[in-house]
Design a protein around this ligand. Structure first.
Ligand SMILES: Nc1ncnc2c1ncn2[C@@H]1O[C@H](COP(=O)(O)OP(=O)(O)OP(=O)(O)O)[C@@H](O)[C@H]1O
Length: 257
C-alpha cells in the first residue's frame, strides 16, 4: 500500500511545487511507482511536468466534486515515469463548495486516494499555500507531511504555525499523521541570513530536518517552463544533485523503499 505524503507550508513560494515535482521524479528514477497529486489551483505542478494542461481535461476538481472517476483523471507521463492527477483554476472555489457539505468534507481527498493507493509506492500531494479546507483534506489523507522551509526571515514562525495545524488535524481527523521531514530550500551559503536560518531550524527541529538542503539554483526555476523535472533538464546542476541527495535520504528514512 502506497505511502501518502503531503508537501505543505501555508507560506507561498517556499518550494513546495519544486520539491513535489523533483522528489516525485527522483523516486521514479529509483523505479518507484509515483502518483503526483496537484492540489493547488495554480496548477503549477501539472504544468511544470506536463508543460500544458489540455482544455477540458478532467482535473482533481471533477474527481472531488463531480464524481469523476479518479483513474480516468490521472495522466501518465513517460519521462519521468510518473502519474499525475492534474489541477486547474476551478479548484480555487472548491474550498467554499466543500464547506457547504454536511459531513465528511475533510475526507473527500482521502476517500478518492484510497481507490488508487494500492497501485503506487508513493503518492505525493502538492498542497496549496493556505491552511483552509483543501490543506486539511491533504493532511487528513496523508501518512506524513514534508515541510519545505525557505531560508528567510520568519521561517520558524511559519513552521510553528503549521505544526499547530498538524496537531489539530491529528486530534480531529488523522491521529496517525507524522512529520516526514523538514527541508531547507533556496539555501544560499553566501548569505548570512541563509546560514543563520538554517542553523536556527536545525537547532529547533533537530533530526526532523533533512541533512540535504536545496540550494538556490536558477535551473530549478527554469525546468518547469519546459515541462521537465530537474533530472531531465540538467542532471549535472547543483539543484539536480540536491534533489538526488534528498531522494536518497528520503528513501533511507523510509527503510530503503
Ligand atoms: N531552489 C530554488 N532555486 C531557485 N528557484 C527556486 C527554487 N525553488 C523554487 N524556486 C522558484 O521559486 C518560485 C516558488 O517556488 P515553488 O512554486 O516551488 O513554491 P511553492 O511553495 O509551491 O509556491 P506556492 O505556494 O505559490 O504554490 C518558483 O518560481 C520556483 O521556480
Amino acid at each position: 500500500m502506497g505511502k501518502i505524503i503531503a508537501i505543505s507550508n501555508q507560506k507561498g513560494g517556499v518550494g513546495k511545487t519544486t520539491t513535489a515535482i523533483n522528489l516525485s521524479s527522483g523516486l521514479a528514477q529509483m523505479n518507484k511507482k509515483v502518483l503526483l497529486v496537484d492540489f493547488d489551483s495554480q496548477g503549477n505542478a501539472s504544468q511544470g511536468l506536463l508543460a500544458i494542461t489540455k482544455q477540458g481535461q478532467p482535473t482533481i476538481y471533477s474527481v472531488l466534486l463531480e464524481d469523476y472517476p479518479i483513474e480516468d483523471a490521472i495522466v501518465h507521463k513517460e519521462a519521468p515515469n510518473i502519474d499525475i492527477l492534474p489541477s486547474s483554476i476551478s479548484l480555487a472555489g472548491a474550498d467554499l463548495e466543500m464547506d457547504k457539505m454536511e459531513a465528511g468534507k475533510e475526507e473527500l481527498l482521502k476517500r478518492q486516494l484510497m481507490k488508487v493507493r494500492d497501485q503506487y509506492d508513493y503518492i505525493i500531494i502538492d498542497c496549496p499555500p493556505s491552511l483552509g479546507l483543501l490543506n486539511t483534506n491533504a493532511l487528513t489523507a496523508a501518512d506524513s507531511v514534508l515541510i519545505p522551509v525557505q531560508c528567510e526571515y520568519y521561517a520558524l514562525e511559519g513552521v510553528t504555525q503549521l505544526l499547530l495545524t498538524i496537531r489539530l488535524v491529528q486530534q480531529l481527523y488523522n491521529p496517525h499523521l507524522k512529520i516526514e521531514g523538514i527541508l531547507l530550500t533556496m539555501f544560499d551559503i553566501r548569505t548570512k541570513l541563509s546560514v543563520e536560518v538554517s542553523q536556527d531550524v536545525r537547532q529547533n527541529f533537530g533530526k526532523q530536518v533533512y541533512q540535504n538542503s536545496i540550494p538556490r539554483n536558477v535551473k530549478l526555476s527554469e525546468a518547469p517552463s519546459r515541462g521537465l523535472s530537474i533530472f531531465e533538464y540538467d542532471i549535472t546542476c547543483n539543484g539536480a544533485k540536491a534533489y538526488a541527495g534528498l531522494t536518497q535520504e528520503f528513501l533511507k528514512r523510509n527503510g530503503g523503499n
